[in-house]
Write a protein that binds this ligand. Structure first.
Ligand SMILES: [Zn+2]
Ligand SMILES: [Zn+2]
Length: 251
């Protein structure tokens, strides 16, 4: 199997009807990387594999719609007699601090029995089996990263939550599949600055970065999804898909 992406949660900021928050399973040749673990996403993950089959987890930032399910994953794995060892967790320090603060006594010790946290930020790299990961700073109100995942000559880039900028264009450069947030539609001036992208902005970024395909995700509930697709397609000029929970893409 080549590099493959399965959407576990495509909702923006809050769950929708049958739609979980951000979570993505990235697989290649039996190696499994979970990217983000927003509310509800790991319920979908367990349709595909058990949590103990994860080789690593990468979390884009500390907002709960991207990380809160790791608390449940902790309890699942901590009391799974077949689980042995720690799962590497690539995330900013603030993600680890938030999750451990929500647990009970000796929380850090306990959490670290299951997850081996490695702090990541702009320019950091990691290997997960045959996957090479590179992280870039993302413009967002809290420390956040985008991630570029390469394996077998194919490249997947995930924006995380982002307001765009040169670092996102640079990390997305030439990606075969660009999974980009598009929280909003219309004019960014009608929304809040420095937090998220509109579909038009996501399309412009995809065009500037020269990506092959654009998959829009993290579309918020108030937004018309067909309008988001149309706006992104006009700005990008290439193929645009809307992420749906449990859709799989061969990168
Ligand atoms: Zn979010
Ligand atoms: Zn966020």
């Amino acid at each position: 199997m080549g590099l493959q992406l399965t959407v576990l949660g495509s909702a923006g900021s809050h769950t929708g009807v049958g739609r979980a928050c951000s979570g993505y399973l990235v697989e290649v040749d039996g190696t499994r990387l979970l990217v983000d673990a927003g509310n509800g996403s790991t319920a979908n993950l367990q349709r595909l594999c058990s949590l103990r089959e994860l080789d690593a987890v990468a979390i884009s930032h500390r907002h709960v719609d991207h990380c809160i399910d790791l608390i449940g994953c902790y309890y699942n794995l901590r009391f799974d007699p077949a689980f042995d060892g720690q799962v590497p967790l690539y995330a900013a320090a603030e993600v680890h601090e938030l999750l451990t603060s929500m647990m009970s006594n000796d929380s850090t010790l306990e959490f670290d029995l299951v997850f081996r946290h490695q702090q990541v930020g702009h320019g950091d790299e990691a290997e997960v089996g045959p996957m090479h990961l590179r992280f870039a700073h993302s413009i967002h109100p809290v420390p956040a990263v985008s991630v570029r995942i390469e394996a077998g000559g194919r490249t997947l880039v995930y924006s995380g939550d982002s307001a765009g900028g040169d670092e996102l264009v640079e990390i997305a450069r030439g990606a075969d599949l660009f999974l980009c947030e598009a929280s909003w539609t219309g004019d960014i001036d009608d929304w809040l600055p420095g937090i998220h992208l509109t579909a038009t902005q996501a399309g412009h970024l995809a065009r500037e970065a020269g990506v092959g395909r654009l998959v829009l995700t993290h579309i918020t509930g108030a937004v018309d999804r067909d309008v988001a697709r149309a706006e992104a397609a006009t700005a990008f000029g290439g193929p645009v898909h809307l992420a749906e929970d449990l859709d799989t893409y061969a990168v």
